[in-house]
Design a protein around this ligand. Structure first.
Ligand SMILES: [Zn+2]
Length: 345
C-alpha cells in the first residue's frame, strides 16, 4: 500500500498493519489486536472489481490484471460479509466492469456483478467509476446500480445510525465520459482538459508536473450544484452532531494516491470539507495499489486496494468497524488493515 507524505505531523495518529487477519466474527478487537469496546455498527468494503470475461492482462504500467478472477474475489467477500451479524451494508467504491469488456456484453457483465453484490443480505451502496462509464452511459448504468437521483447525478447520502452520515460523491459529475457528448457537463470537462492538458491524447500526463498530472480524461470533477449540495449536507451533519464518512471513486488527497488518480478539483472539495469538523474519513478507489494519509486537518484518507489485481486465490476486501472515536478497517489478504482514530470529536 502506498504511503506518501510521511513527514505529516499527524502521521502517527493512524495505524496501518499488514496482517493476514482472520478476525473473530464481530469481535471486540481492533485490527492491531487491541481489546476495545463494541462497534456501533460495521460494513463491508470493496473496490475496483473490474470484471470482464476476457483473458488476464496488464495495466498500462504493466501491473497484472485478473479480469475473470475478480468476480471470485467479490463472491468470497459477500460470503464473508454475510457471516457478520453487525454488517449493516456494503460500500462498492466503483469500477465494477472493465473498459475492455466487449461492448455487446456490457449490460450482462454489469448485471452479473450487481447480482453477486445482491447476494449480500443488506443494502449495497454503489458509486460509478470511469470503467463503468466506458461500458454504459449514465442513463443505463444508474438504474442497474439502483442509484436513484435526479437528472442523472450519482451523489447521495445516507445515515445508518443517528450519529453517522455517509456521503457518496459523484466524481464523474464533470466528465468527458458517461454524458452525451453535447451535454453541458461533458462540454465543461472537455474545455477544462483543453486548458489543463496540452497533449493530443487527453489520457496522457506527458509533460504535466506534480498534481497537474490529474487532468486526464479518465478522471473527472465535482460540479457546482454538487458542491452546494455537499455544503448543505455537511452543515446539516454539523447541526446534528453527526460524524461523516465521504466515499468517492476518485481519491481526494495527494498524499494517499498517485497524482494521476486525483479528482480534478480535489482541492476545492477538501477546502469545503475542511470548513467543517464533521468529516472524519474519506474512502476512495481508482488507484489500485491502495494508499493512506492523514491530512493537515486530521481527516483520514484511505484509498483501497483493487479486487482486480488479486492473483488467483488471493483476495482484497474489508470489513469496517465504526466506533465513537475511530473507524477500523480490517483488511483481508491484499487489503491492508487501518485503524483511523479521530483527531477531535
Ligand atoms: Zn477508476
Amino acid at each position: 500500500m502506498k504511503r506518501k507524505c510521511q513527514e505529516s505531523e499527524n502521521s502517527n495518529r493512524g495505524q496501518v498493519s499488514y496482517p493476514k487477519v482472520l478476525i473473530e466474527r464481530d469481535a471486540m478487537v481492533s485490527s492491531t489486536g487491541v481489546a476495545t469496546a463494541q462497534p456501533l455498527f460495521s460494513f463491508g468494503l470493496i473496490s475496483d472489481v473490474q470484471y470482464a470475461d476476457i483473458p488476464d492482462g496488464r495495466s498500462f504500467l504493466g501491473v497484472p490484471r485478473y479480469y475473470r478472477h475478480s468476480i471470485l474475489v467479490l463472491q468470497r467477500a459477500v460470503k464473508e460479509w454475510n457471516t457478520h451479524q453487525k454488517h449493516k451494508f456494503v460500500i462498492n467504491l466503483g469500477d465494477i466492469v472493465d473498459g475492455f469488456c466487449p461492448k455487446d456484453q456490457s449490460i450482462n457483465a454489469v448485471k452479473k456483478v450487481v447480482d453477486e453484490f445482491e447476494m449480500f443480505r443488506g443494502p449495497v451502496y454503489h458509486m460509478i467509476g470511469n470503467h463503468c462509464l466506458y461500458n454504459l452511459p449514465r442513463s443505463k448504468l444508474l438504474p442497474l446500480l439502483k442509484i436513484q437521483t435526479l437528472d442523472g447525478h450519482a451523489y447521495y447520502d445516507f445515515s445508518p445510525v443517528p450519529d453517522y452520515r455517509f456521503v457518496v460523491l459523484d466524481t464523474y459529475d464533470i466528465s468527458a465520459i458517461g454524458w452525451p457528448q453535447d451535454h453541458p457537463r461533458a462540454l465543461e470537462a472537455m474545455q477544462l482538459l483543453r486548458e489543463k492538458n496540452p497533449n493530443e491524447d487527453k489520457n496522457s500526463p506527458t509533460n504535466l508536473v506534480g498534481v497537474e498530472r490529474r487532468f486526464l480524461m479518465f478522471n473527472g470533477g465535482v460540479g457546482k450544484e454538487q458542491m452546494e449540495w455537499l455544503d448543505g449536507v455537511l452543515q446539516d451533519a454539523t447541526k446534528l452532531k453527526q460524524k461523516v464518512v465521504v466515499s468517492s471513486h476518485l481519491p481526494l488527497d495527494p498524499c494517499a494516491a498517485t497524482e494521476e488518480a486525483l479528482l480534478w478539483n480535489y482541492d476545492e472539495v477538501m477546502n469545503l470539507i475542511h470548513k467543517y469538523n464533521c468529516v472524519k474519513v474519506c474512502l476512495a478507489g481508482h488507484d489500485h495499489k491502495g494508499g493512506y494519509s492523514i491530512d493537515s486537518h486530521g481527516v483520514h484518507h484511505r484509498v483501497l486496494e483493487a479486487a482486480l489485481e488479486c492473483p488467483p486465490g488471493t483476495d482484497a476486501f474489508g470489513s469496517v468497524y465504526v466506533y465513537d472515536d475511530r473507524i477500523s478497517l480490517v483488511g483481508i489478504d491484499r487489503m491492508a488493515s487501518t485503524d483511523m482514530y479521530f483527531s477531535h470529536q
